[in-house]
Write a protein that binds this ligand. Structure first.
Ligand SMILES: Nc1ncnc2c1ncn2[C@@H]1O[C@H](COP(=O)(O)OP(=O)(O)OP(=O)(O)O)[C@@H](O)[C@H]1O
Length: 686
């Protein structure tokens, strides 16, 4: 049905059966084996010569392929047999069909009590079989919770609202059906995290919820599990029957989850597929990108009980008549503060106004790690008056699982400092490097590849297929450095990201919280290094507070910057952080502060300290480093100082600071000659 023919990038016809997949969607969760096709630069691919073309290509971090002819060098790190290709296939199946077959597998399974309603092809209420994009193997690979997982127990929790449902202590208390419970177990979840303990019973009781919890603490399952349970328990009655009007079949999801980014939508969709595995629930996804439109619409025909979407594409599809929101009983805004800020708010209002049941007739939940007061005020337009407010830890605080390092690095010295860090990184670790602009992402990824450090980029100027491919290559470790703009700041859960580097710091400390939250997830430890210079003075004070809250050491110069700099200065300006309380109870600022000692990771430094970390400089290099643009290793180290002494601050984590200060006294202090000791150095005034 969907294997008629395929187009390469230039629309040339290809025959099936040449190692080309029949879908533009990843069937394996693995780019190399799924729907990404070559076509390259106008050559007609054939099975015999196709990979020859690819062998001479490497990603240049700009979403384009660089051939050896173009660049004059073949990166030796690039594995020749790599099936990493461009273009995409189109599924030319007519999605306006009026048939009833869903064309997808049903994961029928007897014995869990939920599968005997499997969709049998008739157009009833769309109570269909489970999503077929994923297999058990790629759904249930586990992220190991880290050594600090149990310390979540000690995080202070504040819940407010009337008659708040009691928290659960174990998943078994939630009353999940056997299939859902089995999926929880298969996911390796033995104990709920605090945000899950409170959010699950609240949503099961159909109470609206505003839930704020640290990055990587399990918010996704906190909203997906109760929704899945509700729909399962309600059975077909919960689902509004598709309508057929003007030649279009309109599907009515029972639950809608909105995400600010496409990649996060994909991730949530995968989680939803995991938790509804072997149930009759259908999950569907709608997100932007030209090449995937038809495929997404086609997939709706399997049913869409839970729809995960980015706002723009959803509005488009609603306007096309493929989706209606009249049956939507659950609305979730993930990364809710982002969804309600200036960029997205009009779209959210539009979506909610498109025939969705009134807030009194639906359950609405909002989740984020940060929740500024003004966004809380906006949010109440979408929530019932008696919504429950949950704060796990101080709202917007960073995790103690993340060791935050701030380095004063002038603009001109950033590349060099980045190289030094990357060269000493463990080869199994993934490193996520944030930059401010799309162009900056391209350029930095290109530069790193020229230095033979395998990196890819992700940003809004790439085609969607390139974004997904690059992210997958990063996730798989093939390209262990991802240079990203803010598009990767929120929600992405990538195991093994051990280091986040803010090459360019954001202008807003909430953004900082989300970015560094890509590491140190689920009780694991991580490092966040940020390059700070004059341009970043605006968030100096907020950063200082965040580091203090996480019980970490603030560099002396940051104290000075914070004391001298402007107050706040983030995008939203001013002293906007409201503390940890429900705004309805007034500004209780910092009511959790004292408690954080109880969630002191204690053993963190063990993972990162200890001489070997950054010491030894360039001896044992991690990645092949021949004479790229940077020349020999020694020139790197000697160029990393301006003749100054120092390094940074006190050697709290011995490995790092001592190691760097061994390098000609310069360490990361690379602004070309500050006075010898940090104590005497005065931060430049704004
Ligand atoms: N109870 C649990 N036991 C073990 N692992 C869990 C549990 N809950 C969630 N996880 C895992 O923790 C990781 C982080 O979860 P998740 O992505 O939901 O975090 P989050 O709070 O939404 O983060 P962010 O704020 O960055 O969006 C995931 O890999 C998830 O599978």
């Amino acid at each position: 049905m969907n294997t008629q023919y395929y187009a390469n990038q230039n629309g040339q016809q290809q025959q099936p059966g040449q190692g080309w997949s029949s879908s533009s969607y990843s069937q394996q969760g693995n780019v190399a084996s799924s729907g990404y096709y070559s076509g390259g630069f106008g050559q007609t691919s054939s099975p015999s010569n196709g990979y020859a073309i690819q062998q001479s290509m490497a990603p240049n971090g700009m979403g384009q392929m660089v051939s050896s002819q173009q660049t004059g060098y073949i990166p030796p790190y690039y594995p020749g047999q790599q099936q990493f290709q461009m273009g995409y296939s189109e599924n030319f199946e007519n999605f306006e069909d009026n048939g009833s077959s869903n064309g997808y597998n049903n994961f029928s399974d007897s014995g869990n009590g939920y599968n005997n309603k499997c969709y049998s092809g008739g157009e009833t209420n769309g109570w269909g079989g489970a999503s077929a994009e994923y297999t058990a193997d790629n759904l249930f690979h586990r992220t190991n919770s880290g050594i600090n997982f149990d310390k979540y127990e000690n995080i202070p929790v504040e819940v407010s609202g009337d008659a708040v449902p009691a928290a659960i202590e174990n998943f078994s208390e939630a009353g999940f059906g056997p299939a859902v419970m089995e999926n929880v177990t298969h996911s390796g979840y033995t104990k709920p995290t605090p945000v899950q303990k409170h959010s699950i019973p609240t949503l099961l009781a159909n109470r609206d919820l505003m839930s704020c919890a640290q990055t990587g603490s399990g918010k996704t399952a906190a909203f997906l599990l109760p929704i899945i349970q509700h729909i399962m328990a309600g059975g077909p009655e919960m689902i509004k029957t598709p309508a057929f009007t003007n030649g279009r079949r309109t599907y009515f999801p029972s639950a809608l989850v909105l995400s600010p980014t496409r990649e996060l939508a994909i991730q949530i969709h995968k989680e939803a597929s995991k938790f509804s595995y072997k149930t009759n629930l259908q999950t569907a996804i709608l997100y932007g990108g030209r090449e995937n439109y038809r495929d997404q619409v086609n997939r709706l025909r399997s049913g869409a009980h839970i729809l995960i979407a980015t706002p723009g594409r959803l509005i488009d599809i609603i306007e096309q008549g493929f989706i209606g929101l009249a049956g939507c009983r659950y609305l979730v805004l993930d990364e809710a503060d982002r969804m309600l800020d200036m960029g997205f708010e009009p779209q959210i209002r539009k979506i909610v106004g498109q025939g969705m049941p009134a807030k009194t007739a639906r359950t609405t939940a909002m989740f984020s790690a940060t929740f500024p007061k003004e966004i809380q005020l906006l949010a109440k337009d979408f929530l019932k008056e008696n919504y429950v407010f949950l704060a796990v830890g101080r709202v917007g605080s960073t995790s103690e699982n993340i060791e935050q390092r701030l380095l004063w690095v002038n603009e001109m010295e950033k590349r060099q400092n980045l190289m030094e860090i990357l060269m000493n990184e463990d080869s199994t670790n993934l490193v996520l490097v944030f930059v401010e602009t799309k162009r900056g992402a391209n350029e930095l990824a290109y530069f790193l590849n020229r230095q033979q450090i395998r990196s890819v980029s992700i940003h809004g100027d790439l085609k969607q297929i390139e974004r997904e491919r690059n992210l997958e290559m990063f996730r798989s470790g093939q390209f262990p450095i991802l240079v990203a703009t803010a598009v990767a700041a929120r929600g992405l859960d990538i195991p093994n990201v051990r280091h986040v580097i803010n090459y360019d710091l954001p202008g807003d400390s909430d953004e900082y919280v989300h970015r560094i939250g890509r590491t140190g997830r689920c009780g694991n430890l991580g490092i966040a290094t940020s390059f700070f210079n004059d341009k970043n003075r605006g968030i100096g004070r907020d950063l200082k507070n965040l580091i203090l809250e996480a019980n970490q050491e603030v560099p002396d110069w940051l104290h000075q910057v914070a004391a001298e700099g402007r107050i706040g200065g983030g995008q939203r300006g001013g002293n906007r952080r409201f503390g940890a309380t429900d705004y309805r109870r007034g500004n209780g600022g910092g009511s959790f502060a004292g408690n954080f000692n109880s969630y002191n990771a204690g053993g963190q430094s063990a993972g990162f300290g200890g001489g070997s970390g950054f010491g030894g400089a360039f001896g044992a290099t991690r990645r092949p480093f021949t004479n790229g643009g940077f020349g020999a290793q020694s020139s790197l180290s000697s160029s990393s100082n301006g003749g100054s002494g120092g390094g940074f601050g006190g050697p709290r984590r011995g490995g790092f600071n001592n190691g760097m200060s061994r390098q000609n006294g310069g360490g990361f202090y690379s602004n070309g000659g500050p006075p010898a000791t940090i104590d005497h150095w005065q931060a430049p005034r704004a």
